[in-house]
Structure formats: structure tokens, C-alpha cells
Design a protein. Structure first.
Length: 323
């Protein structure tokens, strides 16, 4: 039997209807693994090792229906202090922002990894593979883009491509994303705001009109491509397909181009120990590589009758057996 720890946001803040972490916990429970949860503030280092205040967490049978009926759907015990090395697997499922608290947590998880724990995703890769910047490793797959904090560089890019998406490097859920068309009088104030007075790097990407057909989320489990995507269709008047920004998730089979993009990226993800990732594709272009807390499992499971969480747990179990 495995012990698995989920590092998450406050448990009560998880969205019952769609949170991927809950699906992963349930998949672990169905394997009779012991599930524990904590927040990043519960991780600490003392006398040469990472320790944690962890809570034994159980999702009750038929937990989704119980939650919808406002019945007791989970239980938690503790917290109890223990070495991080007592866990076979630690799932880092804390949502961005990717700030210093997050980075410090990866250092603590890195020490747990040195002690023999399988950390998903690998802590040093969480630090190295910024979800927006990581796309620069695949320039043949991305739209025209630039990363800069300089006003002149960003303005020149907008002048060249005329219709541009500007977004922060460390955001999530569509927050802080602006579409700026040609002759938009707000260009400079958008740039000043996103760069925090031209002191912070941001991303500019040429706008892709195919966003009307959806911002497609493709999931990979230890490099293996899930054969369905969730196309997140923007609501009327929006340039963002993110579900958190009001987009509608429509399940689809992967297109030939989707498969080509995913398979081109897959070996790099495996090499870096990015066991569970979600890449975003608009039209024929890769726009982001989500490594911190990929979502959309619940939507794809429901629409296609699959079980992505169990596939991930099986892959992690196999990695432990091989180690």
C-alpha cells in the first residue's frame, strides 16, 4: 500500500464539481492507498530533512453526490508531524501564482526527493519550466511571440503584428490577459500595468483568430497523450477560453496537428520528470505548457467515460517499482 501526500490549496476552497486534485485523490483511494493532504505552509526543514504536518484525508463513497446534497463527503484527521520521507509519492497541486512561497516549497520538496520520495512534478523542473516561457523551447510550434519588460520592444512587437495578446509570466486561469488591437489607445497603460512600471517581464503573442474554436487543453501522463482534448470556447466578446474566465469546455478527439505537437513535446517532459502536464493549443500553435497544477481531468472523464486519475496513479506506481 502506498502513502501519497497532496500539497494543495486550503481543502475547503477546492471546487467540488471540477477540481482535478479531488479526482486524483479518489483514484489513489480506489487503489487502497492512504491519502494525506497539506498546504505549502505545512512543509518545513529541520535537522537535515523536510518534514510536514499532514492530515489523513478520505473522500467518502459517492462523495460527489454527497457534496452536491450538502452531506458529509470527506473526513480529515490530524494534522500529524512526520518526515516527508514517509510518503511514497508527493503530488504538488498548489495553484499559482508562482511566487517565492511556491519556489521555497519546491526547495523543500526537492529535499524530500533526495530522500527517495517520488515528487510529481519534479521540483527543479517546476522551477525551471515556467508555463509561458517553457514554450520558447519549441519555437517551431509557437505563434510569433516576445518576452520582455521593455516598453520599446513590446510596442515594436505590437506595431509589427497589430493584434496581440499580452499576459503575465506567472498567472493562471486567464487572469491578467489582454488583447490589444491595432490603434488601441490603451496599449501603453496595459503594458505599464502588466510590467509593473516596466520592471517585470511579460509575454506578448500574436493573436490567433482560431481561439473562436477553443483553447484546447491536451493532457499528458508520463509523456503519454490522453486521446481527447477539452476545447475551452470563449464566451461572447471574450478573447480568453479559460473556464475560470467563463469559457465553455467541449470535449473533442485530438486532431492530427494536436497529436504532432504533443508527441514533439513529450520526450522533453519525460526527461524533465514532468509526469503530469497540460499543454494549451490554439489553432495550430502551442501557447502554454502547464506544469504546476494541470486541470480539466474531471471534464474529460465525464464527457468520455475515461479515468485519467487512475492512469496517472498507475504510471507513478510503475515508476516506483522501476526505481
Amino acid at each position: 500500500m502506498r502513502n501519497i501526500l497532496f500539497v494543495i490549496d486550503p481543502f475547503e476552497s477546492l471546487t467540488i464539481k471540477k477540481d482535478t486534485s479531488l479526482a486524483l485523490m479518489w483514484a489513489a483511494e480506489r487503489r487502497s492507498w492512504q491519502v494525506f493532504t497539506c498546504e505549502i505552509g505545512d512543509l518545513f526543514w529541520v535537522n537535515g530533512a523536510t518534514e510536514v504536518f499532514a492530515q489523513r484525508t478520505r473522500l467518502h463513497e459517492d462523495w460527489e453526490n454527497k457534496a452536491n446534497k450538502q452531506q458529509t463527503w470527506f473526513s480529515r484527521e490530524g494534522p500529524e508531524r512526520c518526515p516527508a520521507s514517509e510518503f511514497d509519492i508527493i503530488m504538488m497541486r498548489k495553484d499559482p501564482p508562482f511566487d517565492m512561497d511556491y519556489i521555497n516549497a519546491t526547495y523543500l520538496l526537492g529535499e524530500a526527493e533526495k530522500a527517495g520520495v517520488l515528487v510529481c512534478n519534479r521540483p527543479n523542473s517546476l522551477r525551471d519550466c515556467n508555463e509561458k516561457f517553457f514554450t520558447t523551447s519549441f519555437p517551431d510550434l509557437t505563434p510569433n511571440q516576445v518576452i520582455s519588460q521593455r516598453e520599446d520592444v513590446l510596442v515594436d512587437f505590437h506595431t509589427q503584428y497589430r493584434d496581440v495578446i499580452f499576459k503575465p509570466l506567472d498567472g493562471m486561469g486567464g487572469k491578467g490577459i489582454f488583447r490589444v488591437r491595432e490603434d488601441d489607445p490603451n496599449l501603453h497603460v496595459v503594458l505599464e500595468t502588466l510590467t509593473q512600471g516596466f520592471q517585470t517581464q511579460i509575454v506578448a503573442q500574436e493573436f490567433i483568430p482560431d481561439i473562436v474554436n477553443g483553447d484546447k487543453r491536451i493532457l499528458l501522463v508520463n509523456g503519454k497523450v490522453i486521446p481527447y482534448v477539452l476545447a475551452r470556447i470563449p464566451k461572447a466578446g471574450e478573447a480568453r477560453g479559460n473556464l475560470a474566465a467563463g469559457g465553455t469546455g467541449v470535449g473533442q478527439e485530438l486532431s492530427e496537428n494536436d497529436v504532432q505537437i504533443a508527441e514533439a513535446i513529450s520526450p522533453v517532459l519525460v526527461e524533465r520528470g514532468l509526469y503530469f502536464t497540460g499543454i494549451d493549443v490554439i489553432g495550430n500553435y502551442l501557447t502554454e505548457i502547464n506544469v504546476t497544477c494541470p486541470t480539466c481531468v474531471r471534464e474529460l472523464d465525464e464527457q468520455f467515460g475515461i479515468d485519467i486519475g487512475s492512469q496517472l496513479m498507475a504510471e507513478l506506481d510503475s515508476l516506483l517499482v522501476e526505481a
